[in-house]
Every structure is written in C-alpha cells, then in structure tokens.
Design a protein around this ligand. Structure first.
Ligand code: GUN
Length: 292
C-alpha cells in the first residue's frame, strides 16, 4: 500500500507557486491577491480560512480576510461581493461555505464575477468545466486530480465510484474523472443508491465524499483499489488538546491493507484544497482563464 502524502505534494506545489510569484514580481507584475469572506464564527470554517490566509503568506500572495457577523443580511453580503468584483486590486475571492441558514448560498454564489470565482462554484465556471473549456476548477476536486497525476495512478478504463453528490466535491469529481485523458467509467453514488456496498466492491478507485465518518469499511473495498478520502469530521476526543480529532469518511485502519493507494486524514486531500485555491488565484492574477 502506498500512502498518498498530501502534505508533501502540497508543500512541493507551494514551492513551485512561490518561485512563479517571485518571477512575476521581478518581471514587474503585482503580487497575486486573494480575498475571503467569512460569515459567522463556525470553528471549522475559521480553521480552513486561517489555512488559506497563511498559505497566501507562504507563497508571497497578498490576502484580505473580510469577516461578517452571522446576522448579515443577504443584501449586505451581496454588496460586499460587488465591492470585491469591482476592486481592481483583488484577483480572486471566495465566500467560505456553509453560510447561515437565512442566506441562500446559490443566490450568493451567482453574484461572484466568474473571472474572480477562484472556487469554481459559479454556474459559468461549472458549465465551462463540464464542456472542457478553460475554467476555474473547484479546489478539492482539482487537488484530488493533482494527487492522482503526481502519484501516476492509472485511470484509463478504470471504474471510479464517487460517493456523495455535493456541488463542491462529488459532482465535479464525477465530471473530472470521466474526462477524456483521465477516461474512468464513473458511478456517482448518493444517499438513495441501492446496493452501495456492491457498487463499491466493483470500484478500482473509490472517492468518498459523503461526510459520514468511517463509512467506507474493508468489506466494501476490492483488493488493490485506490482510496481517496475527502471526509473531515471533527469527533469529540477528550485526550486531545483541541478537544476533538479529525476523522475521514473511510475506516483507514480497516481498509489500509486492502488497497493499493490511500489518502490519510488529516494530511491527504485537505492540504491539496488549499494549494489548488492558490493555483487558481495565480491563474486569475495572470488572467489566464478570462482575459478581462
Ligand atoms: N467549504 C468547504 N469547502 C469549501 C471550499 O472549497 N470553498 C469554500 N468557499 N467553502 C468551502
């Protein structure tokens, strides 16, 4: 079994991005600049956004964090977005999800200028991705594709089972894995799928993105399968200083000897999400996808 080391690959990519930024700045370009809007005080979201800001610093990007009370109205949030859309110093920005219940996330994401939508959540980017046109690719799926590429995991003609149909991970993942050049046959499973265990047992590659801790167990995995674990659930754990531990959607200990490759949690897919966002922002700053 090979452990897929997301920390190692993400650090390599950060070094590559840092080098590119320094070349751009030496050639007279400004530093790439990412902004993030964080609404409310959700602990996990604060941690993720904190990682994004810190990573910007590490590679020489500028970053701006805009924090809003969770009582912010939809219209006020839309105004913030319009300001970022119109701010020529901001190359790209994200609105950290989830948003409070009184805010319609779909409506909010529509307000982001597609050319600054470095999360790739706007329907324009999502549609362009589906059509193989230049687009920002959502960060977590993009990070997984990078891991598959850098670990030279065979995909052509393989059967990939994606568990979970979220707009952020499962659905875009199913699109990317079936693309020409990757060439998997993809089954997208979800909460209404019948015989999920049998579907998983047919998989050469399982991408678990359903958000249920330790859901994928040894009896669901074909010997030699590749396991990509996207889950990040915080479970209470009094023995930890933080009071919790992070658990994936896969029963890692049970599955690890059954598979050919596996991503750990933490240290697998998670760090790749952040570097993908950096790569999208680097593209935005060079206007490589949209040239306006
Ligand atoms: N919440 C969970 N994952 C993500 C992500 O990739 N981007 C944003 N904006 N919010 C998230």
């Amino acid at each position: 079994m090979t452990l897929i080391d997301g920390n190692l690959i993400s650090n390599q990519i950060k070094e590559e991005v840092k080098e590119k930024v320094s070349q751009l700045v030496q050639a007279g370009h400004k530093q790439p600049h990412l902004a993030a809007i964080l609404v409310g005080n959700d602990g996990a979201s604060q941690t993720y956004v904190g990682h994004k800001v810190k990573s910007c610093e590490q590679v020489g990007f500028k970053s701006t964090l805009i924090r809003c009370e969770d009582t912010i109205t939809e219209n006020e949030l839309i105004q913030q977005i319009h300001q970022l859309n119109n701010n020529p110093y901001i190359d790209g920005f994200i609105v950290q999800l989830p948003l409070p219940k009184h805010i319609d996330a779909d409506k909010i994401l529509l307000e982001i200028d597609a050319s600054k939508d470095v999360d790739g959540f706007h329907p324009i980017n999502f549609g362009r991705m589906c059509l193989n046109l230049p687009a920002y690719i959502p960060a977590t799926p993009m990070g997984i594709m990078t891991l598959i590429e850098r670990y030279k995991i065979e995909t052509a003609g393989k059967h990939c089972v994606v568990i979970g149909r979220s707009n952020i991970v499962g659905r875009p993942m199913s699109v990317l894995m079936s693309r020409s050049g990757i060439d998997c046959t993809v089954t997208l499973c979800h909460s209404r799928t019948k015989n999920l265990k049998e579907e998983c047992l047919r998989a050469d590659i399982i991408i678990a993105a359903l958000g249920k801790p330790q859901f994928v167990t040894k009896d669901m995995v074909k010997p030699g399968a590749v396991i990509i674990d996207v889950g990040i659930t915080r479970l209470e754990d009094a023995s930890k200083k933080s009071g919790y531990r992070i658990v994936g959607d896969v029963d890692f200990e049970g599955v690890k000897d059954q598979c050919s490759f596996i991503t750990p949690v933490p240290g697998g897919v998670g760090p790749m999400t952040v570097v993908s966002l950096l790569l999208n922002t680097l593209q935005a700053s060079q206007k490589l996808i949209y040239n306006n």
